[in-house]
Ligand binder design. Structure first.
Ligand SMILES: [Zn+2]
Length: 302
C-alpha cells in the first residue's frame, strides 16, 4: 500500500499579554495567557499521539520561552520544534507588517532577532519554519537557507491574500527542494519545503483569513473536513507523488484538552476520516514530523 504522510502542525502564538495593540490588530490568533496556551498544546500533542501521530510545533519565540521545560520534554519524546513568526508580534517590535513585505536585508534582521530569542529559550537554533499567514516573498527561502534552516512548511498553494503578502498561486503541491530565486517552484536548495495540502476540488472565494484559494485542513475551520480529506487523498491516487503529504494546522488558542470544544470535535473527525478514507483508497497513513519528512525528501532527491 502506498503511504500517505500525515504531518500534524500547530502554530504556537505569543499570548495576547505579550502582543502590542497593533500586533493584535494584524493577527488576533493566540491565547489570552500561557496557561491557556499550555492546555491547548498539551491537549493537541496528547490527542494526536494517542491516535499514533507525532506533533510538529512551530513556536513564536515568546511561547518557546514560556514553555521551555514542557517543550524540551515533548521534543525528547519525538515532537519536532520549529519557529513561527509574525514580525509585529515580537516583543517591542519595530516591524509593523508581515514577513513577505520585507526586503532580503530586512528579513535577515527580523529572522535573526527571532532566532536569537528562540535559541535563548530552548538552547538550540531553530531549523524549521513557517511565517504567520503563510507570508513570504522570493527572498524568504534564500534568507532561511543562509541562516541555517533545513526545512519549512511555508506555502499554501493557490492562496491569494495580498493584504498579508501571501500569494501562492500555482505553487508546487508536494514536498520539494526550495527554489531560492522563485518561491513557488521546485529548486535545488538543501532546504526542503512541505506545502500545506489543499483541496483543489473545493475552491473558496473568501476563506477564514479572508483569502481566496482552496479549502485546506486548518483544524478549527468549519469546512467539511471529511470531504477535504477525500479530495486531497484522491489527488494522491491520481498524481502518485513520492511524498503525498496531508498537512494540518491549528493554533494554541483552542482547548484540545476539552473533548467538548469545537476544535477537539473537528480533530476527532479528522483522525477518523484519515483512517476511513485511507482504507477506502488503499493508502497507508504514516505519521511523520517535519524534520523527518525533510530528511527523507532531501535523501531521495539528490
Ligand atoms: Zn501565526
Amino acid at each position: 500500500m502506498p503511504p500517505v504522510y500525515i504531518l500534524m502542525t500547530m502554530d504556537c502564538e505569543s499570548a495576547h499579554i505579550d502582543v502590542s495593540k497593533h500586533g493584535r490588530s494584524m493577527s488576533s490568533s493566540g491565547p489570552a495567557d500561557y496557561e491557556e496556551s499550555e492546555r491547548s498544546i498539551r491537549g493537541f500533542v496528547e490527542t494526536i499521539e494517542a491516535a499514533g501521530y507525532p506533533a510538529t510545533l512551530l513556536l513564536h519565540p515568546e511561547v518557546a520561552a514560556a514553555h521551555s521545560e514542557m517543550l524540551l520534554d515533548v521534543q525528547s519524546k519525538g515532537t519536532c520544534l520549529g519557529l513561527h513568526l509574525h514580525p509585529y508580534k515580537l516583543v517591542d517590535s519595530a516591524w509593523q507588517d508581515d514577513l513577505g513585505s520585507y526586503t532580503t536585508e530586512e528579513q535577515r534582521k527580523i529572522l535573526s532577532e527571532a532566532i536569537e530569542q528562540w535559541e535563548r529559550a530552548l538552547g538550540q537554533k531553530p531549523a524549521y519554519f513557517r511565517a504567520g499567514y503563510f507570508s513570504a516573498n522570493d527572498a524568504t527561502f534564500r534568507v532561511l537557507e543562509e541562516l541555517g534552516f533545513r526545512g519549512g512548511s511555508l506555502s499554501n498553494p493557490g492562496r491569494r491574500l495580498a493584504t498579508h503578502f501571501s500569494i501562492w498561486g500555482d505553487a508546487e503541491s508536494y514536498p520539494h527542494r526550495a527554489n531560492t530565486a522563485f518561491r513557488s517552484a521546485t529548486g535545488d536548495s538543501e532546504l526542503i519545503e512541505v506545502p500545506v495540502a489543499v483541496a483543489y476540488g473545493r475552491p473558496v472565494a473568501q476563506g477564514h483569513a479572508g483569502e481566496a484559494g482552496y479549502e485546506w485542513p486548518y483544524i478549527p475551520h468549519t469546512y467539511d473536513h471529511g470531504a477535504v480529506i477525500e479530495n486531497i487523498f484522491s489527488r494522491f491516487i491520481e498524481d502518485q507523488p513520492r511524498f503525498g503529504t496531508y498537512v494540518t494546522d491549528t493554533h494554541n488558542d483552542h482547548d484540545y484538552s476539552d473533548p467538548t470544544a469545537n476544535a477537539s470535535r473537528n480533530l476527532r473527525g479528522i483522525l477518523a476520516a484519515i483512517e476511513s478514507v485511507s482504507a477506502s483508497l488503499d493508502l497507508e497513513p504514516v505519521g511523520i514530523t517535519l524534520d523527518a519528512l525533510c530528511d527523507q525528501v532531501r535523501e531521495e532527491t539528490k
